[in-house]
Design a protein around this ligand. Structure first.
Ligand SMILES: C[S@@+](CC[C@H](N)C(=O)[O-])C[C@H]1O[C@@H](n2cnc3c(N)ncnc32)[C@H](O)[C@@H]1O
Length: 383
């Protein structure tokens, strides 16, 4: 006969097995739950057993495994921050399917997320600057007795993560690895601070970058090629037909367009909350926030069809930690929907990805306008 604890473990495991990545891309090899999620849940089970409502905070959950796992085991009032909009939406869909929607609420990466928290389940971010922002925030606002159970896949972890956690926590314990995953346990918070964006002047622009945003406060070499290639004369730029910086990161492309075209309106969007926060700070630092709107969006979901004359795009190739070429075609398809006939998609891509055929098929006639050792810039005209 099964003992009660093993019943609970296998019931949790069964619930986790049902989780999906939708509405993010789904494909063989792209999982919704992995061994690191399961290890974080197992290592935190003891602490969670005596938790009161509101004690548990989850940060960096990919598609909801940590939140659903904790809620299924009884946690209520769970506060959750997921950077990617599609991750947050996947958690909502997974919670609805499992009947756990009322056990959590999603919050931005700000003080209220972690205020008074006693148990933080943290999926370690890929970016060390991102980890520094998260660890500083927890140390500044969580309960002094907080324990942070931070885990990841060994291949994405480095000793620098221990160093960063040690900047904000007096005690750091490291668990044994299991299934190529490991957990770090951080206690005794100190020297907390709220996240501040890195600031740099790049190509005459002020750039602001919160930890984890693509390229930080720098100009990516692919983005540079795109900026060098964009023409002087551009169609659109009105309030109803703004120039669009799709997948904007720090907003460097949108800021570049807005400063070179001082009467034009620009719309920038990204599915990452950190990117949106960074891009808004970039626009404010350049004094162009009145003409540049920045929103969190999945592709251009909130823009009307056939409404835009120009979209600039440096597409993503990571879904969480996984590299995939499934993301860019989704963005091409939405750009094609939003462009008016004759409108243009300017796109830079890693030449090895060979996106030209897809751009031709999805958007319309596509010309190469620049190419260097690594990147290609194309302009595709909407049929
Ligand atoms: C290669 S970076 C480009 C950032 C910026 N445009 C630049 O050139 O520095 C790709 C960006 O795509 C964003 N992204 C990924 N999936 C997205 C989606 N479904 N909708 C909107 N943005 C997305 C990422 O968060 C990331 O900021």
């Amino acid at each position: 006969m099964l003992r009660p604890w093993s019943d609970a473990v296998s019931a949790t495991s069964a619930v986790l097995n049902e989780l999906r990545r939708w509405p993010d891309v789904e494909a063989p090899g792209l999982v919704a739950v992995d061994a690191a999620d399961r290890l974080i849940l197992d290592e935190s089970a003891g602490a969670r057993a005596s938790a009161q409502s509101g004690d548990v905070v989850v940060i960096g959950d990919a598609y909801g495994a940590l939140t659903i796992g904790a809620a299924f085991a009884g946690a209520t009032g769970v506060r959750v921050h997921i950077d990617a909009l599609n991750g947050e939406r996947a958690l909502a869909a997974n919670a609805e399917r499992t009947g756990l929607s009322d056990n959590y609420r999603a919050l931005p990466l700000e003080a209220d997320l972690v205020r008074g928290a006693r148990i933080v389940l943290l999926r370690l971010p890929r970016s060390l600057d991102g980890l520094r922002d998260i660890a500083g925030l927890i140390a500044a606002h969580a309960d002094p007795a907080v324990v942070v159970i931070a885990g990841g896949r060994l291949k994405h972890m480095s000793l620098s993560m221990n160093t960063i956690l040690s900047e904000f926590f007096g005690k750091l314990d490291i668990t044994h690895a299991r299934q190529k995953s490991r957990v770090l346990l951080a206690r005794e918070p100190h020297n907390g601070r709220d996240p501040e964006p890195a600031a740099a002047r790049v190509e005459g622009l002020e750039v602001r970058a919160f930890g984890g945003v693509f390229a930080g406060a720098h100009l990516d070499i692919g983005t540079r090629l795109l900026l060098d290639t964009l023409p002087e004369h551009l169609e659109g730029g009105t309030a109803n037909d703004p120039l669009i910086d799709l997948a904007c990161g720090t907003g460097i492309v949108g800021a570049w367009l807005a400063t070179r075209h001082p009467n034009f309106h620009v719309y920038a969007c990204d599915q990452s909350a950190t990117a949106v926060k960074s891009a808004r700070a970039t626009m404010t630092a350049n004094g162009i926030d009145a003409r540049v709107e920045v929103w969190q969006d999945d592709a251009l979901t909130t823009r009307a069809s056939a409404s835009a004359s120009l979209i600039a795009l440096n597409p993503p190739f990571h879904s969480g930690a996984a590299m995939t070429d499934l993301l860019a075609p989704r963005l091409f398809a939405d750009a094609a929907r939003v462009l008016r006939p004759g409108g243009q998609l300017w796109c830079v891509w890693n030449s090895s990805l060979n996106y030209r055929r897809q751009l031709e098929r999805i958007v319309g006639p596509t010309q190469q306008v620049a190419r260097n050792a690594k990147f290609t810039v194309t302009v595709s005209t909407r049929r």
